[in-house]
Write a new protein. Sequence first.
Length: 130
Amino acid sequence: MAQLNDRGGVEGHPADYEFSQKENVIIDDVGRWSKILGIVMIVSGGLSAISCNVIGAGIDITVGVLLIQAAGAFQFVVSRQDYDVPAMMRALDKLGTTFFVRSLVVLIAVGLLLLIGGAVAVFFSMPRPY
């Protein structure tokens, strides 16, 4: 694991690296699209709540909030003129948390589907008394 130096950068790499204008445009685009997707996810969660899908609503709203936090972190990188690397690491950490939460939910859903599918298969394979 990389060690951080006293200025918040990775050992051997300056913490005060400044992204170029072209790099800032790309980072800003990532932040903008993360924010848009976050808002869409929150709206989707709200609609799920209206239809009484509480679990889906909670997941969508959680992912939406995490995406908006990641968007803010990416936009913070672009707005600052110093310490871009530590700010970028925080932004990537927020985005990584979003991916982790969403992946965990998908894995749980797949596991439940396999479990339910197996139970249904066992039920229908049992002999029936006529």
